[in-house]
Design a binder for this molecule. Structure first.
Ligand SMILES: Nc1c(/N=C/[C@H](O)[C@H](O)[C@H](O)COP(=O)(O)O)[nH]c(=O)[nH]c1=O
Ligand SMILES: Nc1c(N[C@@H]2O[C@H](COP(=O)(O)O)[C@@H](O)[C@H]2O)[nH]c(=O)[nH]c1=O
Ligand SMILES: [Zn+2]
Length: 363
């Protein structure tokens, strides 16, 4: 592995360590090297704080002059909440810049690299580009679509049920699988469930990992504001919570919920439609949403065509309950031709369960 890839992999590892905490900014890592000696390493810790290049160059100090700089995203050339990194790199007299990929943010895209070249600093890019892009797939998707990246997650028995006909669903999958789910909660900006999940499970929808983790914004789709006033989500103050309702939802109920400091988003239509919801979430700078169910919510995302990834945890349990809740409750289909083509991305065992990740096939 050439030394270019060695140092870019180190920068990617730095970026990987901060995934989940930099939104709405990308997770970025940077390494400053001269004569095979690492002079500085840095990552972007949090939106609004210094960028990865600033942190790495600070560590390198005056020795940065004539050094090489490896960074997992094209250095910014604009002043958002922080000054442009490209200018700092020029000021510090860096010799060469290596970047994994261009920044899809239209404000930056290519300008950072051009600014460096115009200042006489050669820029080479495309080093470990796929790995770096995968790291920031939420950010890249958002910059392209201005809508959040949607991950659907469901947990089913071997016969595809998410609950017995009694409504009971505790528990389908193992502690190990449920712990894996909390990693996704940490990495997504928001978690979303339907009102039935709230009525049946009274969930907290918080991230409970041994190492801690960030609680995502909690979103409940509740067209008629059926949410019980005494439920956990409205009373545990664990995270920013948004209840989404339809145009005709009861005004008194809306005010009562808002008095608890909970945001109520009233859509302009009677029912909650997915595309306008995603447009609004994008405007709110929410770049990724983990949709944890239930079946009717999953099906509305699937029938709308707005989902980028689906994770299914399957337990080695056979409920064999003909009236049990099926994982999906979409509109009736005439034939298999109407099924949605998927691509299996990975299949792995987690404890006694299996975890399958699929993506919709690009049409
Ligand atoms: N019933 C199961 C799941 N059920 C998932 C539902 O969304 C449930 O409301 C939440 O997990 C509630 O829990 P919390 O208070 O938010 O931690 N998910 C799983 O992965 N396995 C299962 O067995
Ligand atoms: N996080 C990051 C970059 N993020 C880029 O800068 C934008 C945010 O700018 P600001 O509001 O000033 O923080 C963000 O949308 C993305 O285009 N750029 C970099 O050079 N290095 C970094 O570490
Ligand atoms: Zn920057």
């Amino acid at each position: 592995m050439g030394d270019k890839h060695f140092y870019m992999n180190l920068a990617i590892q730095l970026a990987e360590s901060v995934v989940g905490q930099t939104s709405p900014n990308p997770a970025v890592g940077c390494v400053v090297v001269k004569n095979g000696q690492i002079l500085g390493m840095g990552a972007h810790m949090k939106a609004g704080e210094p960028h990865a290049e600033v942190n790495a160059l600070k560590q390198a100090g005056e020795k940065a002059e004539g050094a090489d700089l490896y960074v997992t995203l094209e250095p910014c050339s604009h002043t958002g909440r922080t000054p442009p990194c490209a200018d700092l790199i020029i000021e510090k007299k860096i010799r060469r810049v290596f970047i994994a990929g261009l920044d899809p943010n239209p404000v930056v895209a290519g300008n950072g690299a051009a600014k460096l070249r115009n200042a006489g600093i050669p820029v080479e890019y495309g080093i470990c580009e796929q790995q770096a892009e995968k790291l920031n797939k939420f950010y890249f998707h958002f910059m392209k679509t201005k809508k959040p990246f949607i991950t659907l997650k469901t947990a089913v028995t071997f016969d595809g049920k998410t609950a017995a006909s009694s409504g009971n669903s505790k528990w389908i999958t193992s502690d190990e699988a449920r712990l894996d789910v909390h990693l996704y909660r940490h990495r997504h900006d928001a978690i979303l469930v339907g009102i039935n999940t709230v009525l049946y499970d009274n969930p907290h929808l918080t991230t409970r990992l041994p190492q801690g983790g960030k609680n995502p914004i909690r979103i409940v789709l509740d067209t008629h504001l059926k949410i019980p006033m005494e439920c956990n989500l409205l009373n545990d103050n664990a995270a920013l919570t948004i209840i989404v309702c339809g145009k005709h939802a009861n005004k008194q109920k809306r005010r009562a919920i808002e008095e608890k400091g909970i945001k109520v988003k009233k859509m302009s239509a009677e029912k909650i439609e997915i595309e306008p919801l995603l447009d609004w979430l994008g405007e709110e700078q929410i770049l990724s949403v983990f949709v944890e169910g239930g079946s009717s919510v999953h099906s509305s995302f699937i029938d709308s065509g707005f989902f980028q990834e689906m994770i299914m945890y399957m337990a080695p349990k056979l409920l064999n309950d003909g009236k049990g809740t099926s994982a999906f409750a979409g509109i009736p289909k005439q034939s298999l031709q109407d099924s949605i083509p998927l691509v299996f991305k990975s299949i792995e065992q987690i404890g006694p369960d299996i975890k399958v990740i699929v993506e919709p096939m690009e049409r």
